[in-house]
Design a protein around this ligand. Sequence first.
Ligand SMILES: Nc1ncnc2c1ncn2[C@@H]1O[C@H](COP(=O)(O)OP(=O)(O)OP(=O)(O)O)[C@@H](O)[C@H]1O
Length: 667
Amino acid sequence: MPASDLDTELTAERNHLTESRAALRRMRDRAQSLFATGDKVAGDAYTAEQLGRHMARRVKELADDPDTPLFFGRLDIEETAYHVGRRHVTDDAGEPMVLDWRAPLSRSFYRASVRDPQGVATRRRFGFVKGELTSFEDEHLDRGEELGTKSRILTAEIERPRVGPMRDIVATIQPEQDELVRAELGDSICVQGAPGTGKTAVGLHRAAYLLYLHRERLRRSGVLIVGPNTAFLSYISAVLPTLGEVEVQQSTLDELIGRVPVKAADTPAAAAIKHDVRMAEVLRKALWGRLGKPTEPIMVSDGSYRWRIDAEPLRRIVDEARREGLPYSVGRDRVLARVVGLLQRQSEYRSGNSPNESWLRKMSKVAPVTAFLEQSWPAVTPEALVASVLTDPSVADGILTEDEQATIRWAKPPKTVKSARFSTADLLLLDEAAGLLERETSFGHVVVDEAQDLSPMQARALARRSEHGSITLLGDLAQGTAPWATTDWRDILGHLGKPDAPVVPLTVGFRVPEAVVMLANRLLPALGVNVPEAVSLRRDGDLAVVEAEPDDLDARTLAEVTAALGHEGSVAVIAADAAVERLRGHLTAAGVEHATPDDVEAEARVTVVPATIVKGLEYDHVIVHEPADIVAAEPKGLNRLYVVLTRAVTRLSVLHAKPLPDALRIM
Ligand SMILES: Nc1ncnc2c1ncn2[C@@H]1O[C@H](COP(=O)(O)OP(=O)(O)OP(=O)(O)O)[C@@H](O)[C@H]1O
């Protein structure tokens, strides 16, 4: 295109952007005024509240961030130009000015190719600097032109220096990612992807896509995002709101299931047993073992008459309810209802009239009935059940060994259930127990990130919350650091109740430069997992491995930080947890401002991150402090080091005084 035509095109596109922004503002103003007058037009308080809530959400959804481009692409189909952006924008006559990236037509923006142009003559990508439209790039598919990953705009997006929280990738979703993002609501999928292949991005965009397509259904049942820790959650928390999705629950698993405060810590051995799936069987046995065989009849007097139910029909009621396979508390209610039903029938037989509600209520509370219930189907809380098992684990005979029972037995049982001090792993047991007692409500869709670290019991907790919904499971077996981390996705999928979900690989890396990937890949053979290696899209990037004297290592780290600050972007010092406070102290003493990893909005460009919580995060320049200490700190230390080395977007400096781990040295 001649330069003058280019200018004219660019000006026309800028005008379209300005007009689209103005149209969005008008849409928001309309929503705002409806919000303000909602209670006047609504007929009653309930409708007013519903409408108010809807409009408040709508106003939020229509927020315009001046730094984020409203559209990022254009499709020319049969002489018509469609701009593709973050949300629908329509003019006052309702004509589309920008198509939501999730609309069916927009799919071609991500999927059309020379081989399958889908009617697209030209695909245009826009380049932006701080919300300002500065360039565009055309692919004339009808003339056989296709850029693929060579797109300048894609490259710039991937190579941009990172600061602050994670951003959406709507402008540059790749075809293999798009296929996952647009999977059907009913489909559960497991994505196995090397570091930086966009698993988190895919999961978040899939959530946004499903909400767009099944808004009402998912608003009722809910969408849940589960991440490994709060630092990770704060890093990703802005992505969905930027896409206009403000109502998704984002939580760690512990937060999700935390029904009591954690007041105790387990030994690693005890925690491992509590995460083992056999604990589900132990709890089931302990619970159902509480049922007693009715041996006495129930004899009740209601003031006028005496009623009697023999032991035999009572036994039948209990046995039948047990066979129905209901949650324990539901079964208990059913037994009570049937007993009262028998009394009711006797009363009807004698008087010819149906007894009233209050008679029925009274009968369900009379001492002989409650005594029968307590003896044959006693009330129990999750806390009481778990406390009983941990006080006396002998109920696990035949399931856990004696040693294992001794390992989880409370050294000092609490005087009452209320005063029991539960650990983090106990939360899982409590959740399992609660699931045996009552049915858990299921989300419509659950996205689980860093899923390789799920224990069977954790997977079961999520299975209960997605029983009637689907799951997007994201992870990388090579990054498994939990003691129970799996080496086979089928195990977790089985515990999640989705055994047939396909495992789909992602192999193109968007974060880690090639040189860094090659260093990290040296560890793979030592990790004992079978995963496809990533191919990096990034040829740029620097890698330095620096040996220092032990006394000098911290000072060298500090010098590296100062040097890194000479470049653009974020800087992270990643160290074994035990070294973090000391390193923070050095930075403070040297007057270098630094932040903690969960403060993603911090002004400071430097963050000191403990190795154990760096999973899922990324920084432009990563300085790894003493790999040997990171490896030595935990049983899966080599996997941890693999995670640590793959956080770098542009530069990685590995500083060590101790010898590097063997696996890393082997060329
Ligand atoms: N299609 C894409 N276009 C531009 N950037 C992308 C694309 N896909 C992923 N990225 C970027 O690559 C980086 C890594 O993505 P993400 O964190 O989703 O990877 P991941 O597979 O979850 O990594 P990890 O295994 O380390 O958790 C992010 O900065 C993300 O924005």
